[in-house]
Unconditional design. Structure first.
Length: 179
């Protein structure tokens, strides 16, 4: 299988066009919503079914589904992807767009993984603590991973700070087995 990097080109080009039109924030919201929708549920099923239609019919379905609900720039990207037979790239294009957006705006992406859904006051306290520590604007995403048992893992780029019960137990096990 040949690896493709076209999602990189689409994502970066989309950011440049959105920036020129001064709608980067709105297109970011569109792309994140589309990526989520394409990866889950009914829209994914619809897009799988639509991919077997002629390009003009695919464009019509996209227009009916998204026109007026997303920015014109986002709509143009969807049409372009249909014509290039690359509509399945939407989630990857969205990820590149988000990374480019953060880089250009000086925003650090942070992922916090916890064993359970954190309460709103816990997320606010954690976000405030991270902003004070990193001294940057942050885009914090929260994920759940029950295998952590308790505590959190914090991913800052390629750096991992692991404060999970799972990590403590694994460390204790290694220590006990080494003696």
């Amino acid at each position: 299988m040949i690896a493709s990097t076209s999602h990189l080109k689409y994502g970066k080009a989309l950011y440049n066009v959105a920036k020129d039109a001064n709608v980067e924030d709105k297109v970011l919201n569109d792309m994140e919503s589309l990526a989520h929708a394409f990866e889950n549920g009914a829209l994914r099923k619809l897009m799988v079914e639509v991919c077997y239609l002629a390009a003009s019919a695919q464009e019509k379905v996209l227009s009916v589904t998204f026109h007026g609900k997303v920015q014109e720039i986002t709509m143009n990207l969807l049409v372009l992807l249909v014509r290039a037979k690359k509509l399945s790239l939407v989630p990857q294009v969205a990820e590149i767009y988000r990374k480019t957006y953060h880089e250009m705006k000086g925003i650090q992406a942070v992922t916090v993984r916890s064993a359970r859904k954190l309460a709103p006051e816990e997320t606010q306290k954690l976000m405030k603590s991270l902003e004070e520590k990193l001294k940057k604007s942050l885009d914090v995403r929260f994920e759940e991973d029950p295998s952590l048992i308790g505590g959190v893992q914090i991913f800052e780029g390629s750096k991992l700070s692991d404060y999970s019960v799972k990590n403590y137990l694994e460390t204790l096990k290694k220590h006990l087995l080494s003696h």
